[in-house]
Write a protein that binds this ligand. Structure first.
Ligand code: SME
Length: 160
């Protein structure tokens, strides 16, 4: 594979508009799910320098930690627990401006201050979630929600 350098320019919205087609191209050339999720988080980390970005994948009763970039994280999250488990249960994305004020938030890193979690839904079931954490308060907005949702919808439809 040719080297893929990720130098995004402009506003946050413009950066997402540049990054998402790059991710489509990365994923389209490979069928292995773990390899694809690993490159998606690497692209997101490289593009936006997120503090923590990764996937949790549904496995029977738990979300299991998948490919991620950032500090070591909790390996299992139960249905309905924490921000990720709440998104699994509600099937709706969540922006948490201050994780310290979210009842039941699971603090994998005490440095994490705000968070956005997006579900991947296939055949009306959550198959996994994308979790992005920031060490700044109130770091995610509806632009992140719009583009990360677009990305997760595409991944749910296109990943094996
Ligand atoms: N904070 C998440 C747990 C995952 S870590 O942030 C990587 C939660 O409350 O579900």
């Amino acid at each position: 594979m040719a080297e893929t350098s990720i130098n995004l320019e402009g506003t946050k919205e413009e950066k997402y508009q540049q990054l998402i087609p790059m991710i489509h191209a990365l994923v389209n050339g490979e069928t292995n799910r773990i390899a694809n999720l690993a490159n998606v988080v690497a692209a997101l980390k490289q593009g936006f320098d997120f503090f923590w970005v990764g996937f949790y994948w549904v496995d029977e009763e738990s979300l299991i930690l998948g490919p991620f970039q950032g500090p070591i994280a909790c390996t299992r999250i139960a249905f309905g627990k924490g921000v990720c488990g709440s998104v699994w249960k509600s099937r709706k994305s969540l922006i948490v401006p201050n994780v310290n004020e979210f009842p039941g938030h699971i603090a994998c890193s005490s440095a994490s201050q705000s968070e956005i979690v997006i579900p991947l839904i296939r055949n009306e079931k959550v198959i996994g979630v994308l979790d992005v954490d920031s060490d700044l308060l109130d770091d995610f907005d509806t632009i992140d929600q719009k583009y990360l949702t677009e990305l997760c919808n595409w991944l749910a439809d296109n990943l094996v």
